[in-house]
Design a protein around this ligand. Structure first.
Ligand SMILES: [Mn+2]
Length: 310
């Protein structure tokens, strides 16, 4: 029988790359279920750094799911973020920390969605029987997404449980959280050789507001200057992507991890007006500075959505 495929959202970030590896291991070792982690696209630089750091192999890339596939979804329950064929496959379980987004299934399935900062914090509670048996590698692959998603516990999405679980995992993995986080964020912030398009689409999600489709892309970085300097190229790429994907608009925010603030780039008058209303703020030289804003999930998408759903 084919192995159960464990996968996250596309494009894959650190959570959607690492958590499936751990959960596939858990299913094999503790549930006797043949499973493998897969990804639907190329992981970002931070995720690659983490795999390398813990000596984990890159999950196999697949471009399509079929009716033959049994799938565990991690870090998403949003059809917009899944590879094609997801609706043919049999989804058998979902573990997530995002809002409900409308997947329907034919049969009852296991669903564990908790309002934690990252999927491994949810998995920690699901994987009770494995807590005392985590290898260094698996603990590290669970720690990294918590650090990444919570921006080392500074994002408003962070919970006490994220900190508690991260501390335990760091102990097992033999990792100093501050040092490791600094290395992860440096890898994430390295834009060397990346085109404006790659920078724009590294971390992007589509949303439907008021019956229309919008893209909200973010770039998390320890140094906002190189990407801010590319505003003109980024705007040109955003216009192309808007056309290609028939989007109503594209929003792009450069998130400063160090100072916990976002810089929203103004690409067009419509988008800028929406942003001004959503955040009760204004643009200076084409950029809106949003102190304290780091989370697309809780601080950016809901604010834009509130204006666009009116
Ligand atoms: Mn996540």
């Amino acid at each position: 029988m084919a192995k159960v495929k464990v996968m996250g959202h596309n494009p894959p970030d650190t959570d959607s790359t690492c958590s499936p590896i751990v959960y596939a291991w858990f299913l094999q070792e503790f549930k006797n279920i043949e499973a493998e982690a897969v990804i639907g696209g190329e992981p970002n630089r931070e995720a690659k750094f983490v795999l390398n750091y813990f000596g984990a192999s890159m999950p196999e890339t697949i471009s399509e799911l079929t009716a033959e596939d049994k799938v565990v979804l991690l870090d998403t329950n949003n059809p917009e973020e899944l590879i094609s064929g997801w609706d043919q496959a049999e989804i058998i379980e979902i573990i997530d920390h995002h809002k409900l987004s409308g997947i329907k299934t034919l049969k009852p399935i296991e669903v564990t969605i908790r309002k934690y900062g990252s999927v491994p914090t949810v998995m920690w509670e699901v994987m009770l029987s494995a807590q005392d048996n985590l290898t260094k590698e698996m603990a590290g692959l669970m720690l990294a997404p918590i650090i990444s998603d919570t921006l080392k516990f500074t994002s408003p999405t962070t919970t006490g449980m994220d900190r508690e679980v991260a501390d335990k995992l760091a102990g097992i993995a033999g990792v100093n959280i501050d040092d490791f986080a600094a290395e992860m964020f440096a890898a994430k912030s390295d834009l060397t050789g990346m085109s404006a398009r790659e920078i724009l689409l590294t971390d992007q999600k589509n949303f439907e507001f008021g019956g229309k489709k919008y893209k909200i892309a973010v770039l998390e970085t320890t140094d906002v200057r190189p990407s801010l300097a590319m505003a003109v190229e980024l705007k040109a790429e955003a216009e192309k992507v808007q056309q290609e994907e028939s989007l109503e608009n594209v929003f792009f925010l450069i998130v400063d991890i160090i100072n916990s603030e976002a810089h929203l780039l103004g690409f067009n008058p419509e988008g800028m007006q929406i942003a001004e209303e959503a955040f009760s703020s204004s643009f200076t030289d084409g950029v809106m500075r949003l102190p304290g804003v780091t989370s697309r999930k809780t601080q950016i998408a809901p604010m834009l959505g509130a204006v666009l759903e009116r």
